[in-house]
Design a protein around this ligand. Structure first.
Ligand code: GRF
Length: 295
């Protein structure tokens, strides 16, 4: 098969080049100068075992147009669109921003179900307005139609959920769910964990405690979920300044804006399979633009 592609940037080390295939927007890393038996990676798909026979013509501005012959097997593994469950107890602004990002395509995933402990909360109402099914968990005297933990696991299984996203869900997650979705449940917390986290630190209480402490910086943390409140491995953080005359509400509003951006970035990384596990178990995110960069 004859292909033409552009060599956009030759890295200082001549062994690595970034190549974009015009028709597919493929970003690839190919060993230079041999261009043979290469590995081509994209955000949502991967090509393996591409064999190149190169024939390079230099063009202006250091950009090169490459005419090459593809030989051998080209196998394509498409990354499947992920199915997401979002858990909410309140207004659901994080849920909305994730849903909007998935509808406009910056997240390669789809919210297929919402779980709440409060059937009348803003998040649940928004879900219904978008025709996203809402299920109740847990069963309480206020919510007698709530599911048991094992029914919740079975129901999420029937939706073929890949990731559970906690977005202002105030109940502890049952061990059954944590076992069923190992390393696949994340939560957002409105402080820089491990500071100002744990039982009792929720809503305005977090921000009041930060202001009372005199801390000059707070922020948002996304972490994996374990059996305790706010103790799972940190996946991403964003720092937000605490200003001299901030009320808890001012600080909450400033952090919430960052939360929306951070959660969308993290969910995009989860759905693109860009989480890399460090040897000690800390999850790192592989940059979308530069796969060599982890943060
Ligand atoms: C956010 O501040 C989040 O960090 C915390 O609960 C709040 C939820 O807000 N866990 P919203 O319901 O997404 O607007």
């Amino acid at each position: 098969m004859e292909v033409q592609y552009s060599l956009y940037r030759v890295c200082p080390t001549p062994s690595v080049s970034l190549i974009r295939f015009p028709n597919h927007s493929f970003l690839s890393k190919l060993p230079s100068p041999c261009y043979s038996r290469s590995f081509v990676q994209t955000h949502h798909s991967t090509l393996h075992s591409v064999c190149f026979r190169k024939n390079i013509t230099c063009r202006k501005n250091g950009q090169m147009i490459v005419n090459a012959s593809l030989e051998g097997e080209v196998s394509r593994t498409v990354i499947r669109k992920k199915k997401l469950a979002v858990f909410v107890s309140g207004g659901g602004s994080n849920f909305r921003s994730i849903n909007e990002a998935s509808l406009e395509g910056s997240i390669h995933g789809e919210i297929v179900v919402v779980v709440t402990n409060k059937s009348g909360c803003g998040g649940a109402e928004y879900a219904r307005s978008k025709s996203i099914p809402v299920i109740l968990f847990p069963k309480t005297k206020d919510e007698p139609h709530g599911l048991s933990a094992s029914d919740l696991v079975a129901t999420l299984g029937s939706f073929e959920i890949d990731f559970v996203l906690l977005a202002g869900y105030l109940k502890l997650i049952p061990p059954e769910l944590i076992q069923a979705y190992s390393k696949s449940i994340v939560n957002i917390h409105p402080s820089l964990l491990p500071a100002f986290g744990g039982k009792g630190y929720y809503g305005m209480k977090v921000h009041k405690a930060v202001i009372d402490s005199g801390a000059r910086f707070s922020g948002a943390t996304i972490h994996l979920v374990d059996e305790h409140f706010d103790t799972g491995r940190i996946l991403a953080q964003r720092v937000v300044p605490v200003l001299a005359n901030d009320s808890a509400e001012d600080l909450a509003a400033r952090i919430l804006k960052e939360e929306h951006r951070l959660y969308v970035e993290v969910v995009a990384a989860l759905c693109d399979e860009r989480i890399i596990w460090r040897a000690d178990g800390v999850p790192l995110i592989q940059s979308k633009e530069n796969p060599n960069e982890l943060y």
